[in-house]
Design a binder for this molecule. Structure first.
Ligand code: PNS
Length: 160
């Protein structure tokens, strides 16, 4: 069975993530969406909230499951018997950020990274921008599932 890990912070999940996850699900027998911690990013949603939203968002994909992980993503991949990581690339800035991580992960363990170009409709969508636009009252309904929009609106109202 071919198995890949799709890691990220998913704070919160966007249609951009779901585009990559859905396409990865056509390439591999099983895709594990792995929610990790990026210490350089501040989080709006806790791990359980992000997991709940992702599980709901990936319900249409029968070969996708969602797990949390701590520590190295490559250790998680080995523990899951997954030899590949799938990442989406939006622009050259993503390439510059992802390439050294892909090379490090390959050097550490042999876990290889498969890059998928994001679809042009999603190429500007990121969780960070979605949160920023929503915080200033912008309409982000095109970029996240309805239930994520509701959670985002509620969380931002709590913090206002
Ligand atoms: O959505 P993000 O913020 O780009 O996700 C980043 C994440 C969590 C996938 C990345 O920071 C990660 O893999 N963290 C786990 C720690 C790790 O393995 N670091 C070494 C990478 S070479």
């Amino acid at each position: 069975m071919s198995r890949a890990v799709c890691p990220g912070s998913f704070d919160p999940v966007t249609h951009g993530h779901l585009d990559i996850i859905g396409r990865a699900a056509t390439l591999f027998d099983e895709v594990i969406v792995a929610i990790g911690v990026n210490p350089s990013k501040s989080r709006l949603f806790g791990p359980e909230e992000r997991t709940d939203m992702l599980r709901r968002a990936v319900e249409p994909f029968t070969n996708v499951r969602v797990e949390g992980f701590t520590g190295l993503v490559t250790d998680f991949c080995l523990a899951q018997d997954a030899p590949a990581i799938v990442k989406g690339l939006r622009a050259s800035s993503d390439f510059d950020y992802e390439m050294p991580m892909a090379q490090m992960n390959s050097a550490l363990t042999g876990v290889e990274t498969v890059f998928l170009p994001t679809s042009t409709r999603q190429s500007f969508v990121s969780s960070s921008l979605v949160k920023e636009v929503a915080a200033f009252g912008g309409d982000v309904s095109a970029f996240v599932p309805d239930f994520v929009l509701a959670a985002l609106t509620a969380r931002l109202a709590e913090r206002a």
